[in-house]
Design a protein around this ligand. Structure first.
Ligand code: TRP
Length: 344
C-alpha cells in the first residue's frame, strides 16, 4: 500500500466533567505523541449532539475540554487544537462514509447497543451513524495514528474497514486521479499503558464515568486537593494486603484499579508499584496515592480553571486551529469528490 505521512488525530467529547479516565486514557497520551508526531486534537462537538445537549452547557464544555488539553501540556501552536463543527469537511466526508459503511457493521457496535439500550427506536439516527462520523474525523486528514482509550477500539476497527472498502470500491478511480493504490491510510489505534481503562472508585468492575450518579466514583480534573483526598480515602478496597506482583491482583478489581491509577500517574509499571507497596495495607498506599494524585492533577486543574476564566483566549485558540485544520481537510475532501465522480 501507498506510504502515508505519519499524522496523529484524536477527539474528546465536550460532555460533562472531565475525569481521571479521560485524562489517563486519552489526554496524557495526546501530550506524549506531540514529541514524535504532528498532532491534531479535536473537541468533537458534533458527536456530542447525538444525544440532547443544552446549548449554553455545550459551549462551556467545549471551552473546558480545550482548557484541559492546554493545561495538560498540549501546545496549540506547534500542533492543532480545534472544535469539530468549524470544519464542515468532517460532516461532508461522514455522508460519504454513511454510504460506504454497511448497516450490518454499525449494528455490531457495542457502544451503540449500550447507549441505545431498550430505547432503540427513539435514539437519534446520529447516534447510530456516530462511528461513520468518527471515521471521517480521522480520515479527512488522512491521519495514520489514533491514541484512544480501550473503549474506542471497535470504532477504530470500523474506521479501518471503511477506509479499506473505500480504497477497494474506488480503486480504479483512485489510480486514475493520481493517488496510486490507496487514498486513505488504515488508521492504527494506539492503546497502551497501565490505565487504558480507569474504573470507578466505588466499583472496580465499572468504568469511571461522568454519568455515574456518585461523584465519589471518579476524580474530576477540577477537584480540589481536599476532595481528591476524600475520594481516594473512601475508594472501595478489599480486606487483603496488597500483593507483591501483578498476578496477585487477579480477581481484585478495586486493588487492580488503584494500583493501575498509581502506576499511570507516576509513569511506572504496576509491578514496579507493587515492589514498593506489596505486603503493605491499603491505608499506607492510599496516603501515597493521595499525595501523587494531588501533585499530578492539582496543577492541571488549577490551570484549567484559569484558562476557562479567559474564554476569549480559548476561542482564539479554537479559531486558529479550525483555520489550520481546514487547510488540510479541504484539499483531501476535494480529492474524495473527484474520486467519487462529483463535478465542481
Ligand atoms: N468516540 C470518541 C469517544 O467517545 C471520540 C471521538 C470522536 C474520537 N471522533 C474521534 C476519538 C476520532 C478518536 C478519533 O471517546
Amino acid at each position: 500500500m501507498a506510504q502515508f505521512k505519519p499524522l496523529v488525530f484524536s477527539g474528546v467529547q465536550p460532555t460533562g466533567n472531565l475525569h481521571l479516565g479521560n485524562y489517563l486514557g486519552a489526554i496524557v497520551k495526546f501530550v506524549e505523541m506531540q514529541k514524535t508526531h504532528d498532532c491534531i486534537y479535536c473537541v468533537v462537538d458534533m458527536h456530542a449532539i447525538t444525544v440532547p445537549q443544552d446549548p449554553a452547557q455545550l459551549k462551556s464544555s467545549i471551552r473546558e475540554v480545550t482548557a484541559a488539553f492546554i493545561a495538560a501540556g498540549i501546545d496549540p501552536k506547534a500542533h492543532i487544537v480545534f472544535n469539530q463543527s468549524q470544519v464542515a469537511e468532517h460532516a461532508e466526508l461522514a455522508w460519504v462514509f454513511n454510504c460506504v459503511a454497511r448497516m450490518g457493521w454499525l449494528n455490531r457496535m457495542t457502544q451503540f447497543k449500550e447507549k441505545a439500550g431498550k430505547d432503540r427506536e427513539n435514539v437519534s439516527v446520529g447516534l447510530f451513524a456516530y462511528p461513520a462520523l468518527m471515521a471521517a474525523d480521522i480520515l479527512v486528514y488522512r491521519a495514520t495514528h489514533v491514541p484512544v482509550g480501550e473503549d474506542q477500539k471497535q470504532h477504530l476497527e470500523l474506521s479501518r474497514d471503511i477506509a479499506q472498502k473505500f480504497n477497494n470500491d474506488f480503486a480504479e478511480s483512485i489510480a486514475l486521479c493520481g493517488h496510486g493504490d490507496a487514498f486513505f491510510p488504515l488508521p492504527e489505534p494506539l492503546i497502551q499503558g497501565p490505565a487504558t481503562r480507569v474504573m470507578s472508585l466505588r466499583d472496580g468492575t465499572k468504568k469511571m464515568s461522568k454519568s455515574d450518579p456518585s461523584d465519589y466514583s471518579r476524580l474530576n480534573l477540577t477537584d480540589t486537593a481536599d476532595i481528591i483526598a476524600q475520594k481516594v480515602r473512601k475508594a472501595k478496597t478489599d480486606p487483603e494486603a496488597l500483593p507483591s506482583e501483578t498476578a496477585g491482583l487477579a480477581g481484585r478489581a478495586e486493588a487492580d484499579n488503584l494500583v493501575g491509577i498509581y502506576a499511570a500517574l507516576d509513569n511506572r509499571s504496576k509491578d514496579d508499584v507493587l515492589r514498593e507497596f506489596g505486603g503493605g495495607n491499603f491505608s499506607t498506599f492510599k496516603n501515597a496515592l493521595v499525595d501523587l494524585a494531588v501533585a499530578r492533577l492539582g496543577p492541571v486543574g488549577a490551570e484549567m480553571k484559569r484558562l476557562v476564566g479567559d474564554p476569549a483566549y480559548i476561542d482564539s485558540v479554537l479559531l486558529d486551529g479550525g483555520r489550520r485544520a481546514r487547510e488540510i481537510a479541504a484539499p483531501n475532501m476535494k480529492a474524495v469528490k473527484e474520486i467519487l465522480g462529483f463535478i465542481g
